[in-house]
Design a protein around this ligand. Structure first.
Ligand code: S3P
Length: 460
């Protein structure tokens, strides 16, 4: 686990981020959360800054990077593949890239810890270069499906040896002569889209991804900023994203905005905790990521977006959130891709809302860091909240929440944070069996929340 202090220059390489010791946390009822806070940098942009920087020409500099375990593992992987990755004492990350064809076989295994984004995007990045890399991950990542990326990357010419069921550990043999493909996404997944586009970077000719349902577009936006030849057309079958390969990328200076998926937790905390008034600053408001804000406002949440502005090619703003009387609503399935990581937080808000909240289009929740639909439902039920569910939907009957139970997190950071937030407004304390996993995406979560008036503590 990352320690609480700042990381001195380059020392991130020594940080042991795999196999952390579980530690139970307890969240006590709270009142009147206040403060102006900044949550960590966006996880999607942080991974991409390191990866795109690793194959660009020159030195990419990224500030505001999320220094969570998932991203640190990506930094280590890029270093192992030949890029030079350093962290300056002022918190700026500097990445010396090796060019789109310059990645080399790593000496040891690439350990992606808990991160699906890390491993799936890296597989794409490596697939069109003739290198050999063995990828591993923690118990959660080792259960997650990799076929969704190995299938299109094999079409392109890469070869894979995988564990049973197309899972990790997995050895990639990158293509010597990659061929461009046109691939229609069978699942709404930005990770799969990105893996194919990144493989396209070192593939001659034009690689095309067709996206029937729009997913987060950071890869397209950032590759364009790095100077990639990339074109996007909206057609009847969906968005066509075309990349012309074997063109060098130019190093960039990146200011990573705050992660809306992390902002989700203090946002819901302030809504459900009486007497609260908080501001979360510099949150990314890319419309492929703001489904939760739309939904909470529809539920009656008092959320004001202040100082909307453009920063580094993304819209950002400050969110002022005050306690609110929420009401249950139906959340359309079409909104799921724009809030796919936010359902645990939404389900907690729904537990305090008057009436029932129906959520549909949740099939992808089954293959996240845990089966999030099952984990959320089990946590709600254990704490006295009535729920119903199907393969891809969840209904939550809101009202007063009894609390009092321990929630199993299944190595899933968002399950841990969601239920610690639920403890703030439940009648009795709520605990989670493992808070260590929170460090994958939100280091110092408890400290930041406690600074606003929460009491999240190690469980005695
Ligand atoms: C991510 C895409 C999403 C999301 C993940 C980050 C990304 O996964 O759940 O946390 O950075 O591309 P899918 O694309 O598989 O839905």
């Amino acid at each position: 686990m990352l320690g609480a202090g700042a990381i001195p220059a380059t020392s991130y390489l020594d940080i042991e981020v795999h196999g952390s010791t579980p530690s139970a946390l307890i969240s006590n009822p709270a009142h009147g959360l206040t403060g102006v806070i900044r949550v960590p940098g966006d996880k999607s942009i942080s991974h991409r800054s390191l990866m795109f920087g690793a194959v660009a020409v020159g030195e990419t500099r990224a500030s505001g990077l999320l220094e969570g375990e998932d991203v640190i593992n990506t930094a280590k992987a890029m270093q192992a593949l030949g890029a030079k990755v350093e962290r300056s004492a002022d918190g700026t990350w500097r990445i010396q890239g090796v060019g789109v064809s310059g990645l080399m076989s790593p000496k040891g295994d690439l350990d992606f810890g808990n991160s699906g984004t890390g491993v799936r995007l890296a597989l794409g990045l490596m697939a069109s270069t003739p290198l050999i890399a063995r990828c591993i991950g923690d118990a959660s990542l080792s259960k997650r499906p990799m076929g969704r990326v190995t299938v299109p990357l094999s079409e392109l010419g890469a070869r894979f040896e995988t564990a049973e069921g197309n899972r990790l550990p997995l050895t990639l043999h990158g293509a010597k002569h990659a061929v461009p493909i046109t691939y229609t996404l069978p699942v709404a997944s930005a990770q799969v889209k990105s893996a194919v586009l990144l493989a396209g970077l070192n593939t001659p000719g034009r690689t095309t991804v067709i996206e029937p349902v729009a997913t987060r577009d950071h890869t397209e936006r950032m590759l364009k900023a790095f100077g990639a030849e990339i074109a996007i057309e909206k057609r009847a079958q969906g968005r066509h994203i075309m990349i012309t390969g074997q063109r060098e990328l130019k190093a960039q200076i990146i200011d990573v905005p705050a992660d809306p998926s992390s902002a989700a937790f203090p946002m819901v905390a302030a809504l459900i905790t009486e007497g609260s008034d908080i501001t979360i600053s510099n949150v990314m408001l890319n419309e492929t990521r703001t489904g939760l804000i739309t939904t909470l406002i529809e539920m009656g949440g008092d959320i004001a977006v202040l100082n909307r502005r453009l920063a580094g090619g993304e819209e950002v703003g400050d969110l002022r959130v005050r306690s609110s009387k929420l009401k249950g609503i139906t959340v359309p399935a079409t909104r799921a891709p724009s809030m796919i990581d936010e359902y645990p937080a939404l389900a907690v808000a729904a537990a305090f809302a008057k009436g029932t909240t129906h959520m549909a289009g949740l099939e992808e929740l089954r293959v996240k860091e845990s089966d999030r639909l099952a984990a959320v439902e089990a946590g709600l039920k254990a704490n006295g909240v009535a729920t119903r569910s199907g393969p891809d939907w969840l209904a939550v009957d809101g009202g007063a929440v009894e609390g009092g139970a321990e929630v199993k997190t299944h190595l899933d950071h968002r399950i841990a944070m969601a239920f610690l937030v639920m403890g703030l407004a439940a009648r009795k304390t709520i605990s989670v069996d493992d808070g260590a996993t929170i460090a994958t995406s939100f280091p110092h979560f408890a400290k930041l929340m406690n600074g606003m008036g929460c009491r999240i503590e190690p469980r005695p």
